[in-house]
Design a protein around this ligand. Structure first.
Ligand code: ATP
Ligand code: MG
Length: 470
């Protein structure tokens, strides 16, 4: 059953407009009428798109075919039925070629037009359902799920869009919790392989002895417990994408076999003498510096080159702080919705603490902190107190939020905070102490004293000649 829809009926003959209106209204649809091409054009320019347009071929002030073009330009999914009294096969063909849904000769019977209208609206509904479904799928798996307005993340999204349609192997690199798996899923779902599976293998989680048969399969009797043939994950992923997570953990013997699978596009199940063809796109991820692993002989260079056709590097969260407020808001709304509560408001001081934090666990850590705050918070605000326990790399107030039960050495703790802030200021100032002192709101003399006191600099060392006190 199709839902109530809006149809535009265009005809200069009043009797025809009335006839079609009656047919449509009887079937439960809304009707808007127009008597000329100009009138129709005005109606098409309105807010709501029509679900169906029925137009006469010959209109005062224009032709039905031009109107057809206009409909197709404005809302390509709206079916157009063309009716005429002057039928020639040529006009019919030209109308269909220009995208008409159907073509009817006057005079026609009620049943005839009724059927054509019902079919056209049904098709329109199908197209719409399909579009909705697609939207929902891409929302769940595509880039829409990834938050990030910062330039480095925009570059990551751009790269994902570019590489997705190809079958190039992709290597996703980044610290833990930066969103490597999300990127792998987005690339898969934006690719022509989206209809097939994305098979994820966590190379570090599977014991080495099992990994080979997991990846490449085995034949019956290949080892104790191999009671039947079993296809590997490569074969399971055929037509789709294989996501090899923590590729840096792959044992050397399997690195050779993986290389062969990538080069020859074949796999040999454990215990088999025959190779099987596989059609798989591989996306690998690692939080290790793979180049460094190669340099130290822990990862094969040839495999590295094979996998690293297109590298996508995810920057750590501390290098894209502009995204922190967006991510925080997103997670607050997400977890509140999950709990069926209105989203709490986050106080500026709390947001500032989130932005100042270094997030060694990146987005995942931020997500966990927000989840805990939203879950435990019975009030409608998130303040500094709700964020108690924020792990921090010596970032001022945030570092002091959690008070250890066993107590601590105040001087030592303050010293650590002071040192962290001074080192940061020096880094920001590019090592120029005068500038660092300005950033910290202390005199240069005071900064020098602290540098020595904290052991950052030996007494009397490193006088930059250009600088003078205050
Ligand atoms: N840009 C982002 N927008 C929204 N959520 C994100 C984003 N990046 C990461 N996340 C979320 O953070 C969590 C960690 O992401 P993901 O698992 O993709 O990271 P990872 O790099 O694979 O981590 P690991 O190296 O620990 O496996 C997930 O819950 C993910 O949904
Ligand atoms: Mg991961």
């Amino acid at each position: 059953m199709t839902a109530r829809s809006r149809t535009l009926v265009v005809d200069d003959e009043q009797s025809m407009r009335e006839f079609l209106s009656i047919c449509l209204r009887r079937a439960g649809h809304d009707v808007v009428v127009a008597e000329s091409a100009e009138d129709a054009s005005r109606q098409l320019g309105g807010q709501l798109p029509f679900d169906l347009v029925i137009t006469d071929l010959k209109l005062p002030g224009g032709s039905g075919l031009d109107l057809l073009d206009e409909v197709k330009a404005r809302s390509p999914d709206t079916p157009v039925i063309v009716v005429t009294a002057y039928a020639t096969p040529e006009t019919a063909i030209s109308a269909m070629k220009r995208g008409a849904y159907d073509y009817l000769n006057k005079p026609f019977k009620v049943d005839e037009i009724g059927l054509v209208i019902a079919r056209a609206l049904e098709k329109r509904q199908l197209v719409r359902d399909n579009a909705l479904l697609r939207e929902r799928i891409s929302e769940r798996h595509g880039l829409d799920r990834m938050i990030g307005k910062s330039p480095p993340m925009q570059q990551v999204f751009e790269l994902c869009r570019k590489v997705a349609p190809t079958r190039a192997n992709v290597l996703v690199l980044g610290e833990s919790g930066t969103g490597k798996e999300l990127v792998a899923r987005a690339v898969h779902h934006l690719s022509p392989r989206a209809r097939a599976a994305l098979v994820a293998v966590h190379c570090a989680a599977i014991p080495e002895t099992l990994l080979e048969s997991e990846l490449f399969g085995h034949v019956k009797g290949a080892f104790t417990g191999a009671l039947s043939d079993k296809p590997g994950l490569f074969e399971t992923a055929t037509g789709g994408t294989l996501f090899l997570d923590e590729i840096g953990e792959l044992p050397p013997a399997l690195q050779v076999k993986l290389l062969r699978a990538l080069q020859e596009r074949v796999v040999k199940p454990v215990g088999s003498v025959h190779e099987r063809e596989v059609d798989v796109r591989v996306i690998a991820a690692s939080n290790r510096d793979l180049e460094d692993e190669v340099a130290h002989g822990r990862f094969r260079q040839d495999l590295y080159y094979r996998l690293n056709v297109v590298p996508i590097r995810l920057p750590p969260l501390r290098d894209r702080r502009a995204d922190i407020p967006l991510l925080a808001d997103h997670f607050i709304r997400h977890f509140a919705a999950e709990l069926g509560r209105p989203a709490p408001v986050i106080e500026p001081a709390a947001m500032a603490a989130l932005c100042a934090n270094d997030w060694p666990g990146n987005v995942r850590e931020l997500e966990n902190v927000i989840e805990r705050a939203v879950t435990l918070e019975s009030r409608d605000r998130i303040d500094l107190e709700s964020l108690a326990g924020l792990r921090s790399g010596g970032q001022g107030a945030a570092a002091l939020l959690e008070f250890p039960r066993a107590g601590f050495d105040l001087d030592q703790a303050l010293g650590a905070v002071e040192r962290g802030l001074i080192e940061k200021a020096l880094a920001h100032a590019g090592g120029v102490r005068k500038e660092a002192a300005r950033l910290l709101g202390v005199s240069l003399r005071s900064l020098r004293y602290r540098l020595v006191k904290l052991g950052i600099e030996p007494a009397g060392a490193g006088e930059d000649g250009a600088e003078s006190d205050d």
